[in-house]
Design a binder for this molecule. Structure first.
Ligand code: F6R
Length: 613
């Protein structure tokens, strides 16, 4: 999640922009940069690492210039396309243009090829640089800046928040938004732009939130706005948040914000990675798998904690779609067992941070013997550097120690991987892939709908928050979700919880059940699993347990009889049920923890990235 700031007015832009970027540091970043407009010239300064590195460059130059710059744009980059290097840092420049971007340009390869044919020379590995070159090319054809910017945005497919400066129109910053947040701030004779409210709070509380399709031409005294070519006005709002609340997007904790981020980041993870028309899965980063896929005889998924639960779901995708036998192992166990695999094995390490020591150790054990692939959220992390290939999730920085949005992006990335392997092995027709993809595109909207169950989850949390033990039950693809629901509750509320395959309960854990034990049953729509889980549910209910059912099944009278409460999420497809059914469980853990007064974002004894054995 990169950070964006912009300023145009009469004050010294440098401290305003640096201060704005500092206020966005919590979003995470690996490089930063500024473009300042001074006397009709644009100066671009970029650095890798922390903002201190960028500040050092300005400190070295202090005194070189007499006139302060009164306009500029700034960026902190969280790498998605291209490594975290200075060349890949924003702003990107092309001729008269300096441009920064948050988001993902899906058609950047085709745009880049066409611009290269026209003589453009690219310096970076980023998707953003195509937008800078495209805008400059349109300006060179003689288009007026606003029109050139409009045409550039029309040519780009994907998600973006763009800020652009044209050297020939000082005093203007051109802004556009599609699926990536951006807000404008109004002051007296000055205007501000930022990807998030905290960057604006020291200067103004008067904001305009841009909508998808908006384009703005921002100057010190005037903001021109249009949506998809039609001039519009947007309501100015007054922000009342304090700076810390603003960092959390108005939520009380980062965890809750990250739960609510999931529609966006799941969309970001699938965007541009398949074609609905052809059913093709477009993962050029896995080119080495294209030929190897045919000969694969075994897949081993390794990870820790929540990422390990994502692997359990990944097994279903790989076995059902790609028809390859697949095992799942804890990284800490895998690395100390005999490595009985060969070059026809694919070892996949799944990790949000890319730094978990055991997962890194597992990939190191497999390296050279098997093909290795990392599914990771942090570009350039240690696990990514060791693996032969990397499939990135686009969850953005996850700040809360308890993982939520990273898990959902891991599920959807593993589903894409399963489809990719199926395509390359020729074991699934284009029509079959298309029908799965047609459901996949509805997931972000279904997540938004699932998030609306929060009031029901709060009611359930109220009745269960004093319990000392919980049991979570699920079958098939809902079993890993039962494990994940139990882990989340343990981690942040310190309440003992166990996840169990529903059919296994009668072999032991049923002895624990009494009226003090809440049982959370995850029940998917699938007919066979529904009926079988329902029988297990009856066994639980008969022993006096309080039963909370999380389901995507249509209303069923029997269910109402055995469950104390039922929470329903939308149904998208059998494969994607787990992703949606997990959302109320994340919320349940969160609200039970809040009711018990624990430190939700920083639970005791836990670290975000576990770099010890
Ligand atoms: C649970 C949680 C941990 C991590 C585990 C692996 O909420 O966050 O269980 O999932 O430590 O971390 P990564 O994915 O960074 O390898």
């Amino acid at each position: 999640m990169c950070g964006i700031v912009g300023y145009v007015g009469s004050k010294d832009a440098l401290p305003i922009l640096l201060g704005g970027l500092e206020a966005l540091e919590y979003r995470g970043y690996d490089s930063s940069g500024l473009a300042l407009v001074r006397g009709g010239a644009v100066e671009v300064t970029r650095a890798t690492g922390k903002l201190a590195e960028l500040k050092k460059l300005f400190a070295q130059r202090a005194g070189d210039t007499k006139e302060p710059a009164t306009q500029g744009i700034g960026h902190t980059r969280w790498a998605t396309h291209g490594r975290p290097t200075e060349t890949n840092a924003h702003p990107h420049s092309a001729g008269r243009v300096s441009l920064i971007h948050n988001g993902i340009i899906e058609n950047y390869l085709e745009l880049r090829a066409s611009l290269e044919k026209q003589g453009c020379v690219f310096k970076s590995e980023t998707d953003t640089e195509v937008a800078a070159h495209l805008l400059n090319t349109l300006l060179e054809k003689g288009l007026e800046t606003r029109e050139a910017f409009r045409q550039m945005c029309q040519a780009v497919r994907g998600s973006y928040a763009f800020l652009a400066i044209d050297q020939k129109t000082p005093g203007h910053i051109y802004v556009a938004k599609n699926s990536t947040p951006i807000i404008l701030g109004r002051g007296e004779g000055e205007s501000f732009i930022a990807s998030d409210i905290p960057a604006l709070l020291p200067h103004t509380r008067r904001i305009i939130v841009l909508e998808d399709g908006d384009l703005a031409d921002v100057s010190a005294d005037f903001i021109y706005l249009e949506n998809r070519g039609t001039p519009i006005e947007r309501r100015e709002e007054q922000v009342t948040w304090d700076p810390i609340t603003a960092q959390k997007g108005g939520f009380k904790h980062f965890m809750l914000k990250e739960i609510f981020d999931q529609a966006q980041v799941v969309g970001d993870t699938i965007r541009g990675r398949f074609s609905i028309e052809t059913g093709a899965i477009m993962l050029p980063e896995l080119a080495a798998l294209e030929t190897a896929a045919q000969r694969l005889r075994r897949v081993v998924l390794v990870a820790c904690g929540t990422a390990w639960h994502a692997c359990l779901e990944g097994k279903f995708f790989i076995e059902n779609f790609a028809k390859i036998p697949c095992e799942v192992d804890y990284a800490s166990e895998f690395r100390y067992r005999p490595q009985l695999f060969d070059a026809d094995t694919l070892v996949i390490a799944v990790s949000q941070s890319g730094e978990t020591l055991d997962t890194l150790g597992a990939i190191e054990c497999a390296k050279g013997k098997a093909l290795t692939l990392a599914v990771c959220n942090v570009v350039g992390a240690s696990i990514c550097r060791r693996a032969d290939m990397v499939l990135y999730t686009h969850a953005g920085p996850e700040i809360s120690v308890a993982s939520t949005k990273a898990f959902s992006t891991q599920l959807i990335a593993l589903e894409l991987l399963g489809l990719f392997l199926a395509e390359k092995r020729g074991v699934m027709s284009a029509d079959q892939r298309r029908s799965i993809l047609e459901m996949m595109i509805h997931v972000p909207a279904a997540i938004s709908a699932a998030l609306k169950v929060e009031p029901q989850v709060i009611a359930a949390a109220k009745s269960f928050c004093t319990a000392r033990d919980f049991l979570f039950l699920g079958r098939g693809t809902c079993y890993p979700i039962a494990l994940e629901g139990a882990l989340k509750l343990k981690e942040i509320s310190y309440i003992h919880a166990e996840g169990y395959p529903a059919g296994e309960m009668k072999h032991g854990p049923i002895a624990l059940i009494d009226e003090r034990m809440p049982v959370v049953v995850i029940l998917q729509r699938d007919k066979l699993l529904f009926e079988k889980t329902l029988s297990n549910l009856k066994e639980v209910e008969a022993r006096g347990a309080k039963v909370l059912v999380i389901t995507d099944a249509a209303d069923d009278k029997t269910l109402g009889v055995v469950a104390d409460s039922i929470i329903r999420v939308p149904y998208v497809s059998p494969e994607l049920s787990p992703l949606l059914l997990n959302i109320p469980l994340q919320m349940l853990a969160y609200h039970v923890a809040v009711m018990n007064g624990t430190d939700v974002d920083l639970p005791r004894n836990l670290a975000k990235s576990v770099t010890v054995e």
